[in-house]
Design a protein around this ligand. Sequence first.
Ligand code: GLY
Ligand code: MN
Ligand code: MN
Length: 496
Amino acid sequence: MTELASRGDSRSQRPSNEAFREFISSGWDETVPDAERREAADYTPARRDALVRRLPGARLVLSAGVLKVRSNDTDYPFRPDSAFAYYTGLGTDEEPDSVLVIEPSAEDPATAEARYFFRPRAGFDSSEFYADSRYGEMWVGRRPTLTEASQRLGIEVRHIDELRDHLAKDVGAQLSLTVMPGVDAGVEAMVSEIRSQNGLPGGDEAAAESAALKEAASEQRLVKDEYEIGQMRAAVDATLRGFEDVIRHLPEVVGHPRGERVIEGVFAATARADGNGVGYDTIAAAGDHACTLHWTRNDGSVRSDELVLIDAGVEIDSLYTADVTRTLPVSGRFSPVQRKVYDAVLEAADAAFAVARPGLRFRELHAAAMEVLARTLEEWGLLPGTAAESLSPEGQWHRRWMPHGTSHHLGLDVHDCAQARREMYLDAELVPGMVFTIEPGLYFKQNDLLVPGELRGIGVRIEDDVLVTADGVENLSAAAPRRADDVERWIAGLTQ
Ligand code: GLY
Ligand code: MN
Ligand code: MN
């Protein structure tokens, strides 16, 4: 034992005598109730079949990920990798260090066989349950048995100690072994060792196989199945409850020197109570802070004559997240200039809504919104040329005040499907089942000398989450008012 480790032990006063070990290991009810099959288990087989059809001839290794140290002996809350969640149906904080293995079935290579490897709950005859503060159930709660996990997921489940033998079995000329990169370095090292022992190439060729797995797992999620659409609705509903809670607390927000943090905290309370947490760090940005696109420091005050931009999403237990922004007049009423900016952004959003339907190319959503903003900025005399010139590739002046994209896919990740190829993302046509944001904005920074003083310090974004339907889109977040008058009525209804 190193000197440092023994110094760590100097905090422990746990008895270690044999009589104590026997005493703490006895007298526990060991009945294990039947576990309930997850709803997602009806959808994961088709997802895995599609994956093996796209990447034939390979055993595919998807890790959940590992606990990450926050500081000293405390870890960050565990959140499994999104691809792992997608193909297992697991969510919340399940199960660090576990691994899903997918491969073509021996009988029919167009269908998948899946095995889940994890560290099941230790028996009461082991000291783990009371002595292991990272995994033991007296410390972190009950973990499933192999049988329970199998009942929940509907697939074969094995102990993690059997992983290496399974990964190595039959690997070679007829069957490759491909690991999801960047999730669990230990599993990646194991795969690379097994590949080299079985004559499979390492280096760039192995990396290319891994990249293809990552790309496939990203592109497959571009079109959501029915279960996912239900989860997205639930995530958006929880998010809108969070927004309403924030509005109810606006008087307290204004009275606090760090009102932005009060907003962050109120939203987090809903996210934690109704879901797994926030899907990304909440942006609570009053006044000029709204012009910082990802303002998550949230340490400012919120004045009643300002707008406050709130960009927040609840990630529910299945790990699907919403991503909604509303920009609210803190007093409950927009000033004329605040309303002018707000209405311009709303018009840009409405223009994207108006063209969104199956067959439209994804990048055209942005183009529709930019046409409105370029025209508006020309009318306001802010462009050094015409709107048409600004919209040309050589111009783009309007982007000074709207530097981000108008839309991104949404799902298990807030920026979902990010490894998809351009032709599958920006250049792809919309198809029913896609879920993405429409989120134009205008941001006039306090120190922007190219805009009139009255505009400085005003930032507005309006962000909705939409589902492509057979003939258009459904605004999943429509229950949160968008029009300026409706926003004012919304605030009045919740604060009076
Ligand atoms: N919340 C980050 C985004 O809107 O993309
Ligand atoms: Mn977004
Ligand atoms: Mn957002």
